[in-house]
Design a protein around this ligand. Structure first.
Ligand SMILES: [Zn+2]
Length: 161
């Protein structure tokens, strides 16, 4: 069984607020933290909600430059890139087929349901080794010291590049 994903409650709340702010679009961002005996999210790096291309109603797209910036930011604050969070507006917090196609091993995927603009629960998922699906990873909200959210950054890149 996959060990729980540890995250402090207020950081989890920031993820949910980001999903609410993005509604009715999907909101997304990166999970930064440490990956020792237990996996601990210590900061988030939220992608801006107002992406130029408004066509993304049911899917988010994180481009290579986003990953590069997230890796750079993680290095700067001496953390590892642990995964991605995103919201599912008016949909269950389980991965879609699109999510599976774009998922990568190792990463944790936190998905938050946002129903009528309000966060309605989050679950975390890990891609199975054969990439055929996901295994749920329990979210353990706890009170360890946390770095806090890294500020949102803006990107001018077009979503289709
Ligand atoms: Zn999704």
């Amino acid at each position: 069984m996959i060990p729980a994903l540890h995250i402090r409650a207020e950081l989890m709340r920031q993820i949910e607020l980001h999903g609410e702010g993005a509604y009715p679009e999907e909101g997304a961002g990166f999970l930064l933290g440490t990956n020792g005996a237990e996996r601990q999210v210590r900061a988030i790096l939220a992608l801006p909600n107002e992406r130029e291309d408004g066509a993304r109603h049911n899917r988010f797209l994180i481009g290579p430059r986003d990953y590069l910036r997230a890796e750079t930011e993680a290095d700067r604050v001496d953390l590892s890139l642990l995964g991605v969070f995103h919201s599912h507006p008016d949909h269950p917090n389980v991965p879609s087929e699109y999510d599976r196609e774009w998922a990568q091993p190792f990463f944790s995927y936190i998905i938050t349901s946002v129903n009528d603009g309000l966060a309605a629960g989050s679950r975390s998922w890990r891609l199975t080794e054969d990439r055929s699906g996901f295994t749920e990873e329990l979210i353990q909200e706890d009170g360890r010291d946390v770095l806090g959210a890294v500020n949102e950054y803006r990107t001018n890149e077009r979503i289709n590049e």
